[in-house]
Design a protein around this ligand. Structure first.
Ligand SMILES: [Zn+2]
Length: 149
């Protein structure tokens, strides 16, 4: 990019003032960019807090009353809030399973409650049944610790 041309003022005082203004403006460029990055980081931290609280609110409702499952956080919100695991139970055979939300192929904007009809029990699938999943809790880690890698 060619440097921007500022017409040189005729008077020495005006030239001095222009040089001062240019210096100020160039300094402001990085100051404002740093302030923007700072504000964005704070905003993103607030969003993570909001997502964490939303997951915890849903967990309390599930624990206290077992539903309604709708409204619920989105997959994105649960993962961003630090609750990337969903504990489910097959409504037919009662087999429990921990679902890694981050590994699902569903779009991240999918609501957790919409997964009830989409997550299938493999045991019951072999018996040609497709019972819905009962959603239990969002979790920060799986109940059965994954082997360390
Ligand atoms: Zn089952």
């Amino acid at each position: 990019m060619a440097p921007k041309h500022h017409p040189t003022p005729l008077s020495g005082g005006d030239r001095k003032a222009l040089a001062k203004e240019l210096g100020k403006s160039r300094a402001m460029t990085s100051i404002l960019a740093a302030q923007s990055a700072d504000a964005r980081a704070k905003g993103e931290a607030l969003i993570r807090t909001a997502d964490k609280l939303l997951a915890e609110s849903w967990n309390e409702r599930m624990w206290a009353d077992g539903g309604p499952i709708d409204p619920s956080p989105t997959i994105d919100q649960a993962v961003g809030g630090g609750y990337p695991w969903l504990e489910i139970e097959c409504s037919r055979c009662r087999t429990k399973r921990d679902v890694d939300l981050a590994a699902l192929r569903h779009p991240p904007t999918t609501f957790v409650h919409d997964l009830a009809s989409r997550l299938r029990c493999s045991k019951c699938a072999k018996a040609n049944r497709r019972p819905p999943a009962t959603l239990l809790q969002l979790a920060q880690r799986p109940r059965q610790a994954a082997p360390e890698t």
